[in-house]
Design a protein around this ligand. Structure first.
Ligand code: ADP
Length: 373
């Protein structure tokens, strides 16, 4: 029997929060990740009982450790929404509205106070998704909007560095988190909540419940728009997120190389599958601006994203050059839109932000509106 299955067997001996049933059959245990003699999982409990249920966590840890070959067990309690009850398993998202009698999949409910949620996604890592997300958020703020940014990139949270924010968020009432702030943006990131050396595999099972908490248990206040920096790729974690976050639309970031475009196509079909409108493609690192002479070089097959966007019938949002000052300003925690707002690069981000905002507000208007002349 695999270690995971042996752990599940042992966990069946741990009683549920109300001493009825067991935590496995009650659906409270997340996916179990096992590697190198370590196992990791989470247990969903009502958020107001986390402290009281510490003995349950310890019992689960002991049960896991009793399996031969397990040297370390990482067990955390994650909060369920109040009244979430036993049926809301840890790996599952928060309760969904009842399915519609016909038509597509049910849409997740909106978040009170947040006007529109926009995902910034990419088919693979390293294409400049986070750099684009942060400059887009700052440019939206520059348009006079109230903007938040949620860093859901579990594999490499970058908002603390990009926005030069350190420390931990405060809680308001022992439970709700206050977002961090800089440059006029409200910010929440996995990077504020998870230690940097937390093993990557551990983050997977926690991701959906953590994301739900970052969306719903953060005091965002009134926001016109919340930009979500998605984890790269189009796997299950991304699909679950796209499905469970009430998105007004998605922006796909791609580099010009064909390979990246194939990944970008996957991203687009993922959002289409869950009926989230794709607001358009941004071509990042589109051409190279020589730092010495300022001249432009099309080192990749520039224009690929634009052609692809046309072919797929989605808006092309703009081309951002591969420029030293974009990288340097991001890496030093003062993205170009705030550190050099008059630069041509900042202008490109502002133009993209305008188009994105128009697209997001248009996609929200499902019912016909009455226009007075
Ligand atoms: P992702 O979120 O897709 O993994 P990042 O935004 O973290 O990518 O970018 C990866 C690296 O590329 C970072 O060092 C970033 O500063 C750099 N970078 C991103 N966009 C540009 C650009 N347009 N010009 C120069 N460097 C860029």
């Amino acid at each position: 029997m695999a270690i995971k299955d042996l752990v599940v067997e042992q966990l069946k001996r741990v009683k549920g929060p109300d001493l009825t049933g067991n935590i496995v059959d009650l659906g409270l245990v997340s996916e179990i990740v096992a590697a190198d003699g370590k196992v990791f999982f989470s247990i969903t409990v009502p958020s107001d009982r986390a402290e009281e249920l510490e003995p349950l966590r310890i019992a689960a840890e002991k049960a896991a450790m009793s399996v031969e070959g397990v040297q370390k067990a990482g067990v955390v309690l994650t909060a369920a929404k109040q009244g979430g009850g036993p049926s809301s398993g840890a790996a599952r998202p928060s309760p969904q509205p009842a399915p519609k009698p016909q038509g597509g999949p049910p849409k997740p409910a909106g978040i009170p106070g947040i006007g529109a949620i926009i995902a910034v996604a990419s088919g693979k890592g390293g294409v400049g998704k986070s750099t684009t997300a942060v400059n887009l958020a700052l440019a939206l703020h520059g348009l006079g909007l109230k903007v938040g940014i949620l860093d859901a990139d579990i594999y490499g949270p970058s908002m603390p560095r990009l926005l030069h924010i350190t420390g931990r968020p405060q809680t308001v009432d022992g439970r709700t988190l206050k977002p961090m702030e800089n440059y006029g943006l409200k910010v929440m990131s996995m990077g504020f909540l998870v230690e940097e050396d937390t093993p990557m595999i551990w983050r997977g099972p926690m991701v959906m419940s953590a994301l739900n908490q970052m969306l719903k248990e953060v005091e965002w206040g009134e926001l016109d728009v919340l930009v979500v920096d998605m984890p790269p790729g189009t796997g299950d974690a991304q699909l679950t997120m796209a499905q469970n976050v009430p998105l007004a639309g998605a922006v796909i970031v791609s580099t010009p190389q064909d390979l990246a475009l194939i990944d970008a196509r996957k991203g687009m079909s993922m959002f289409r599958k869950v009926e989230v409108p794709v607001l358009g493609i941004v071509e990042n690192m589109s051409y190279f601006i020589c730092p010495d002479c300022g001249s432009r070089h099309d080192i990749f097959s520039h224009g690929g994203a634009e052609k692809e966007a046309e072919r797929l019938g989605v808006p092309f949002l703009g081309a951002i050059p591969l420029a030293m000052d974009i990288r340097e300003t991001s890496d030093s925690g003062a993205p170009i839109v705030v550190s050099d707002p008059d630069s041509p690069h900042a202008e490109v981000y502002r133009a993209i932000a305008k188009t994105v905002w128009e697209g997001a507000t248009a996609s929200k208007q499902e019912a016909p509106s009455i226009v007075f002349d």
